[in-house]
Design a protein around this ligand. Structure first.
Ligand code: ADP
Ligand code: ZN
Length: 438
């Protein structure tokens, strides 16, 4: 059994955990009200005073915080401490408008490192382990976040950052990398380059990988585990809470344990904003319980998932997130049907003749939505002759129609044609411009 980094917190009985969360929530709310004008204003608008919050059961009295609020308060409006206390600033990629900013005190950085250390302990990472951090270093939280987790565990940090795949693999082999951290899409890319270089998993000492920052399916997991001969562990996080490490899977790979002593999760119905029944799917909302620099009250992540409360076989009591279906704003509505790219990925990876790469293009012609899906056949199966492709297209087409309910226009491309990513993969081009950014 791998070591549990902080058994007291990760395995605390539920009642004591609730008590601890309640204490921390009360303190967080009080501090936010007193030091952050934004939270005071929002609470005053709802007529809620800090004294009204006596424990976790009162959470629903509190206002939500959204990414629009973060944008309005850019850059430091939500900060609860003076600038002198801040040690680091990160920002998310923020594809539209201003980036989301996160500021960290010394204690915040330490807490974040512990979060990642808890996840990496699942892979028994420790002294002597070479942890190759192939998440991008920079404003993105992935690189430095994974780095500090490896540091906390006394492992050897190999800060390769993302990109330059051939060199990554050379170093992986020469330095005897035992653990890697990167996005799942970049892991797939590395697997391809490994084959191109005539290398195989046997040339490597790689044992475990920590993959996250984007949704990925079981199909992708199987592919990564097979190609590298490793265990692929899901690590979840978001800049608004700290970055990677808000939660992670254990060795049973059956849901992502959330570090509940630091982050209080809720699932709400994104339309009514009311809590869903226990175990139901909805939007994940987090309240930070320890953050000093930029505490967050009821932050709406837009991630869709459900919570699993049963005790896990690993011994942790920490609640688990089900696989993240995607973000609510990644959901496509095509001909009135809700479609998540992750659903297409699930179907595609059931067919071993295809590579796990795909790209969806949605457009509108003559008032009707079009849905084009680019996929690649693996080398052994590819032929430029459309007649030879037909037998592969048909089963995929049928499966998508039955699973998702809409008819795709499937295009088979030669292997290696769809653009690979060294960070978060882009799977969709919605040309309809239906998104409203408020
Ligand atoms: P950005 O918003 O620019 O992508 P972040 O790096 O903060 O910046 O992204 C956090 C988001 O990434 C999460 O809200 C979630 O949608 C996604 N994410 C992170 N880790 C995972 C994971 N393991 N599985 C699925 N989605 C993830
Ligand atoms: Zn577990």
């Amino acid at each position: 059994m791998p070591r549990i980094y902080n058994p007291e917190m990760e395995c605390m009985d539920r009642e004591s955990m609730r008590k601890l969360q309640s204490e921390r929530l009360v303190a967080t709310v009080k501090r936010c009200y007193e030091t952050v004008p934004f939270y005071k204003r929002k609470m005053d608008e709802l007529g809620v005073k800090p004294e009204d919050i006596r424990g976790v059961e009162d959470i629903t009295k509190l206002p939500f915080t959204t990414k629009y609020d973060l944008r309005d308060e850019y850059p430091f409006g939500l900060q609860a401490v003076p600038m002198e206390k801040i040690r680091r600033i990160h920002a998310s990629s923020g594809t539209t408008g201003k980036p989301v900013v996160a500021t960290y005190t010394e204690a915040d950085l330490d807490m974040w490192a512990e979060c990642v250390a808890r996840v990496m302990s699942v892979g028994d990472v420790g002294p002597g382990d070479v942890v190759q951090v192939s998440y991008g270093y920079g404003l993105f939280t992935g690189g430095l976040g994974a780095h500090s987790g490896a540091e906390k565990l006394g492992a050897i940090q190999l800060p390769t950052s993302a990109g330059n795949s051939k060199k990554q693999l050379m170093l992986m082999k020469d330095f005897g990398t035992t653990a890697i951290a990167c996005t799942p899409s970049y892991a797939l890319r590395l697997a391809e380059v490994m084959t191109e270089m005539g290398m195989s998993a046997r040339d490597l000492k790689l044992r475990v990988g920590f993959f996250g920052a984007e949704p990925w399916t079981w199909g992708i997991r199987r592919e990564i585990e097979k190609r590298f001969g490793i265990k692929a562990i899901d690590i979840y996080g978001l800049t608004e809470m700290c970055g990677p490490g808000v939660g992670g899977e254990c060795e049973y790979q059956d849901g992502t344990h959330v570090w509940e002593d630091m982050f209080l999760p809720e699932i709400i119905d994104p339309d009514t904003l009311k809590p869903v029944h226990q175990g139901e799917e909805g939007e994940l909302v987090f309240t930070s319980l320890c953050k000093e620099g930029m505490p967050m009250i009821r932050y709406r992540t837009r991630d869709l998932t459900h919570l699993i409360y049963e005790k896990c076989l690993c011994g942790r009591t920490a609640v688990r997130l089900g696989k993240i279906l995607g973000r609510s704003d990644d959901m496509l509505i095509i001909r009135g049907v809700n479609v998540f790219p992750s659903q297409i990925e699930t179907v595609l990876t059931e067919f071993p003749v295809f590579t796990p790469q795909y790209f969806i293009t949605v457009d509108r012609k003559d008032n009707e939505d079009t849905f084009d899906l680019d996929v690649e056949l693996r080398n052994e199966y590819f032929s430029p002759n459309p007649a030879k492709q037909m037998p592969y297209i048909k089963p995929l087409y049928d499966r998508i129609v039955s699973m998702v309910g809409i008819k795709p226009n499937i295009h088979i491309l030669p292997p290696g044609t769809i653009e690979r990513s060294s960070g978060k993969a882009k799977h969709v081009n919605d040309k309809r411009n239906l998104k409203d950014w408020k």
